[in-house]
Design a protein around this ligand. Structure first.
Ligand code: NCD
Length: 309
């Protein structure tokens, strides 16, 4: 692994990704036990620093740390000195002086985790920065596809929705390409970045063409809070054109799976009966999120202490 931070899929080689996935399969096994706890990170401290709201990612990191017996501290910016206008960097340095073994950061502005990582001695894990990257989401998605298909090489993966503003899309595009899949994207023209082909993907304006023969169909959340008519005429029209239901899914492979990073707007990106039933694997993604984050914490927070010795 190059370096000790996990800031984005852009920094990872195929071998790095394989190391995370392989370690995560061992962690999945711990998740199936009656007592889901091992002493691996006993005495280590992990700080969860979430400047942007999150339910599943923050909880997932917390459960992952606890299953490895680490002490997990959740830092809530509004309740801290940040409301007294202490800068993010000063807050990070203060936390670092407390000598954590890893710091997990989510922030609304792209590049903040990198900026903080440059100042900290502890490993920094990006849990989502603006529209930039969300590497643990991409890794857990790769793990879920690997679990279902036993390979990633040669698969066709279609990502649908607001590609232009999605950190999940950016990280997944890089992850799936590095692992040898063909990646297609589809959405209204306002949601497809200009020159998206330079990323190595094929872009489609029609859902039917985009999912034709696909092994994996991944829908992204429509961010209603930011949309308000700016990118699509209406949510109803988006649902009719790009929302997935069983009828549209006929064009994909017979054994295609449906993914979504959550939270799902039922009846918008996914029809009600697709949100949590096969071929949807949305809840497997959540389950695998814990195992994958255990692997990340084990590989990064464990290494930090070895280096210090
Ligand atoms: C995503 C995020 O916050 O980037 N959710 C998640 O982490 N599971 C996607 C989203 O909010 O649309």
């Amino acid at each position: 692994m190059n370096g000790i931070d996990l800031l984005g899929m852009e920094d990872l080689s195929r071998a790095d990704i394989e190391t995370f996935l392989e370690t995560a399969t061992h962690m999945q096994e711990i998740g199936r036990r009656d007592v889901k706890k091992v002493p691996t990170l006993r005495g280590r401290t992990i700080v969860n620093l979430f400047f942007e709201s999150s339910t599943r990612t923050r909880t997932s990191f917390e459960i992952a740390g606890k299953r490895l017996s680490a002490d997990v501290v959740n830092f809530t910016p509004s309740a801290s000195s940040l409301s007294k206008s202490e800068s993010i960097l000063d807050t990070a340095k203060t936390l670092d002086a407390m000598d954590p073994d890893a710091v997990v950061i989510r922030h609304g502005v792209a590049g903040v985790p990198k900026r903080i990582a440059d100042e900290l001695s502890a490993p920094v894990i990006n849990a989502g920065d603006g529209a930039h990257e969300h590497p643990t989401q991409a890794l857990l998605d790769l793990l879920t596809v690997y679990e279902e298909k036993e390979r990633i090489d040669g698969l066709t993966v279609t990502i649908i929705g607001d590609i232009a503003h999605s950190r999940v899309a950016r990280s997944n595009i890089q992850g799936f390409l590095k692992m040898g899949a063909e990646v297609r994207v589809a959405g209204p023209p306002t949601m497809i970045p200009a020159q998206v082909e330079t990323l190595g993907v094929k872009a489609f304006g029609s859902l039917r063409e985009a999912i034709d023969g696909a092994d994996v169909v991944m829908a992204l959340r429509i961010q209603r809070e930011r949309l308000s008519g700016a990118f699509v005429p209406s949510i109803r029209e988006y649902a009719a054109t790009f929302g997935l239901d069983r009828a549209k899914l006929r064009f994909a492979k017979d054994d295609a799976i449906v993914m979504h990073p959550g939270p799902v707007n039922r009846g918008v990106e996914l029809a009600h009966d697709l949100a949590d039933r096969r071929p949807s694997v949305v809840l497997d993604q959540v389950r695998n999120g814990v195992a994958l984050r255990m692997a990340v914490l084990y590989l990064l927070a464990g290494r930090h202490r070895e280096r210090a010795l």
